[in-house]
Design a protein around this ligand. Structure first.
Ligand SMILES: Cc1cc2nc3c(=O)[nH]c(=O)nc-3n(C[C@H](O)[C@H](O)[C@H](O)COP(=O)(O)O)c2cc1C
Length: 306
């Protein structure tokens, strides 16, 4: 897949996941072949003041290959301002979130709510494209309660988007049911710009199924949780390396930027995902879910994974 002069050789993307795809996680996913890494979604309104929380979310590691900053909002002028914000200078591509189903986002007319307001969505894309020299992409769903992805994708293309990502579920579906791969196939056939297929890729088999849609590239979200090596596995390389070392790297990067009190709670979910396939580890995993000390957690993980 090619976007301007940016070439994606493998066509593998790590999905934006608020509260999950932190800088440490993106870095270990990059080690295993995630070529394009999306940031967690960044509020354009918050970027008017650059609060420390947003600044932290824009930190990137040198080994992240193609860096994509994802923004969300509903006001074209404020979004235009955001894409000019020096905080986003490090990103190769700016992505606009038009797929988030979270009620607090949708009720502001942002995220997937924009699929029900196509005129505004179009204004936002045009405002962003006009205010940056970098490629602008759009990530969206099928629609609110029915599939309008084809019309919506065409609008994005006309408005100047360089590529789109389709998470093939409706807003109403949330994360239930199955992603509609036929819709991804139809969109890929109909647009001239590349389409990234997204939804339910969790292993080599589902990755191969996604490739049959003709999508130009594949995005993986939940399938990478606790399993950043999925990016090499879908390409046929099994991972038999040291899982503990992967977790240690993930944590070491985060420790450079975040305080221990916050991290010890934040990392619990990652630790549980990293150990979710271990049998007979219920007691140790319960400790991981409750301990107040990261060094203790790492000791438990060392014992579990040795
Ligand atoms: C915890 C979590 C947070 C997410 N945050 C975002 C986000 O910030 N921006 C976005 O566009 N999508 C977000 N998503 C959606 C994912 O990017 C992706 O579209 C969805 O999980 C489907 O892909 P998957 O089946 O590979 O997980 C999030 C999903 C999850 C599970």
């Amino acid at each position: 897949m090619k976007v301007g002069n940016i070439v994606f050789e493998k066509g593998l993307f790590l999905a934006p996941m608020a509260g999950v795809s932190d800088v440490g996680f993106r870095s270990v996913c990059s080690d295993f072949g995630a070529e394009g890494c999306f940031s967690e979604m960044l509020s354009c309104r918050a970027m008017l003041h650059n609060p420390s929380k947003t600044v932290l979310m824009t930190i990137v590691e040198p080994n992240e290959k193609i860096k994509i900053g994802q923004i969300f909002g509903h006001e074209p002028e404020i979004m235009a301002k955001a894409v000019r914000n020096p905080l986003l200078d490090k990103y190769d591509i700016i992505d606009i979130n038009m797929g988030c189903p979270a009620p607090k986002v949708v009720k502001n007319g942002e995220g997937c709510a924009l699929m029900s307001n196509v005129c505004l969505a179009e204004k936002i894309i045009k405002a962003c494209v006009e205010n940056t020299k970098r490629p602008v992409s759009v990530k969206f769903r099928l629609g609110k309660d029915k599939d309008i992805s084809l019309e919506f994708g065409k609008m994005c293309q006309e408005a100047g988007a360089s590529f789109v990502t389709l998470h093939a579920r409706t807003l109403e579906q949330g994360y239930s049911g199955k992603a509609n791969y036929d819709a991804i196939a139809k969109l890929s056939q109909s647009l001239e710009i590349p389409v990234i297929g997204n939804g339910d890729v969790v292993d080599k088999q589902s990755y191969n199924r996604m490739l049959t849609t003709g999508a130009s590239a594949v995005m993986i979200g939940r399938g990478a949780q606790g399993k950043p090596w999925i990016f090499q596995e879908v390409l046929g390389q099994t991972f038999d390396g040291d899982k503990y070392k992967v977790i240690e790297k993930h944590l070491t990067i985060l420790r450079k930027y975040y305080n221990e009190d916050w991290l010890k709670l934040y990392m619990r979910k990652h630790f549980l995902w990293y150990t979710s396939d271990l049998k007979f580890a219920a007691e140790a995993r319960l400790k991981l879910a409750t301990t107040q000390n990261l060094d203790e957690s790492m000791e438990i993980l060392k014992q579990l994974l040795k």
